[in-house]
Design a protein around this ligand. Sequence first.
Ligand code: MV4
Length: 474
Amino acid sequence: MFRRILIANRGEIAVRIIRACKDLGIESVAIYSQADSKSLHVKMADFAYKLSDDPIGGYLDIDLIIKIAKESKAEAIHPGYGFLSENATFAKRVQESGIVWIGPSAEVIANMGDKNVARALMQQNGIPIVPGTDPLNDKNMQEIAEIAKRIGYPIIFKASAGGGGKGIRVVQREEELSESFEACKREAKAFFGNDDVFMEKCITNPRHIEFQIIADSYGNVIHLGERDCSIQRRHQKLIEIAPSPSIDEGLRKRMGAVAIAAAKATKYVNAGTVEFLVDEYNHFYFMEMNTRIQVEHGITEEITGLDLVVRQIRIAGGEILELEQGDVTFQGYAIEARINAENVNADFAPNPGKITTYYPALGPSVRVDSCIYKDYEIPPFYDSMIAKLIVRATSYDLAVKKLSRALSEFTIRGVKTTIPFLQRICHDPQFKKGFFDTSYIPTNLAHLIPQEQKDDLEMVAIASALFALKKGQE
Ligand code: MV4
């Protein structure tokens, strides 16, 4: 096993990986920007190296990160999620430097990063994909209109190099086709430097169901069940649930087998996620494969009792996966709520600042993965997610109740957070019944927005006014 690992990331995932290293008796090397010098990951790691002054660019500096890995005598690099985690060039450079990459091969990352290569590979291996096309750039508008008519409206244009929510356009009718196509190409070019765009039939109001898989270097692949990530706003996940309250045992078995086939088709190694769209008839289609550990991996850990980050490190270290599919059991339900420092009442605008009070939720079956502490100042440069609240219970109903309890216990002052908004989701009848798809947040947003949260100064002003009023009445 490795003696020392460099963590090419920051925030809660860097903390999560450091914990896995400590559990395995492995030393950890942190990297950090100036803005992150007071970060928990820097305090917790055994060693820490400062990057350039650029708060984001530092974490993307391939040459410097590899140099630090060598200097610090790290034997492996864990990329976490975001930043360089799905950068095939980085994966390749790491391996060429004689350092172990904790993830799938550079080739797999590149293949899955190209949505058309991924689609073709899946199709060749009998994995169901949404009816669609190769890139359309060599086609004229008339040809594209004919293809759209054949596939049937609504259709969706997607950037080949895309992923997440960038570079997609839904088209309801032919009149909007050429305008949407051009807009999608422009966006693809702007975000990914590549204007290849393809077409798919649009699945309306799908559920987003993703399967966790793990694979070792000897061809052993198993799945660890699914997560329902349908509760999203503008392609940001807010709440994730494992298992999905809308997937029954029969469907889980079929989708799990397909997820394993997808991983085998790509010669996948390490932890990965196969994402599916599921329509109203429970037909499911391969959407994308994520070649990294994901934000929401913790709910899978809670229902399976397996530590995914530890597994990633052991697999990268050459260990055989001693688990077979039949050894994997699922216990109850786990729900993750992402707590973001955002002003929900200002269109979820980031709300960085100093944490003046911090009492995370505790108690049985409650887990908090976070990187914040009292008096910590959230830098304005990064993602607004500051904590992941994960709860576990024997049923979906009890898990929602526990999430509600934990959210009411969770106290953060100094910055506005999504806690009151998440609490309202917990009280929503449709959510409580497990009846939702990806249209849930857009449809229900108005009644889910809580009353304006007062910040500390406003609270003091209100208290003073009430005090003065009371004094005046005495
Ligand atoms: C789709 C789709 C419907 N039909 N593809 C959104 C992000 C990107 N990863 C793919 N996405 C979608 N692709 C077809 N053919 C609907 C979405 C989609 C979506 C998917 C998962 C979770 C939330 C979503 C919200 C809007 C649209």
